[in-house]
Design a protein around this ligand. Sequence first.
Ligand code: DGL
Length: 270
Amino acid sequence: MTAPILIFDSGVGGLSVVGALRTRLPGAPLAYVCDNAALPYGTKPDAWLVARIVAVCRAAVEASGARALVVACNTASTLALQALRECLSIPVIGTVPAIKPAAHASRSGVFGLLATSATVSRPYTQRLIGEFAPDCTVVRLAADPLVAQAERVLTGMPWDDAIIAASLAPLWEASRLDTVVLGCTHFPLLREALERHAPREIVWIDSGDAIARRVAQVVSPIVSEATRDAPGSDASWASAPQQSGLARTLASYGFSAPRSLALPDPVLTF
Ligand code: DGL
């Protein structure tokens, strides 16, 4: 049995890259881990987050026997990629805001970055903007309440229009803004709601396909269809596996019910 590619996020956001991964790597076993006991990551202090992310990823890599780790979380990637690479012996592929594609896609040179408050303020993000969009106006908008909205929608509840509208409102003050980077993996899961609340046509850019391309380069050669177990047999882990609706959501992406992730003592609680 081929070792899986492990996808990690604080919650269900990492599922937004699963479709692209399955398309690029048909037949490759995947595994999923979410640290939903500590969700949301985007409002927590950096030092705490690094220790927590390293503890969760180490435990999940060991439990899954993964051959590569996809950090499908911008908040974690813009902070902890180096720490993860230092402590893991498998390739670690991160997810960072798609600033470069947005700079190419925007006709007006004015685009938005919608992400968690941690991601919008990180030096990593500032470097991406300086390197790939030096001549653009980038409207950075922290939209932490959208993380909970995506969790609701994916676990079977409706989104709240008032929260979506209030979270997006500052973007529309920039009249020439024509493109928005979805710099949090939870946000593509709200795509329908975001489109409905946009007052004009917007190009929405997420990182899903770029991540899948990068993973395919790193883990090639691609395993063949024949090595795959039955659909739905990919394993998953969660720090709060009993979360309502989680098992059903994971099943709809081809994962079996989440097992409890055993974290080292002392458990890092916030
Ligand atoms: N999905 C995560 C990201 O891409 C963050 C969600 C959270 O705040 O936990 O940044």
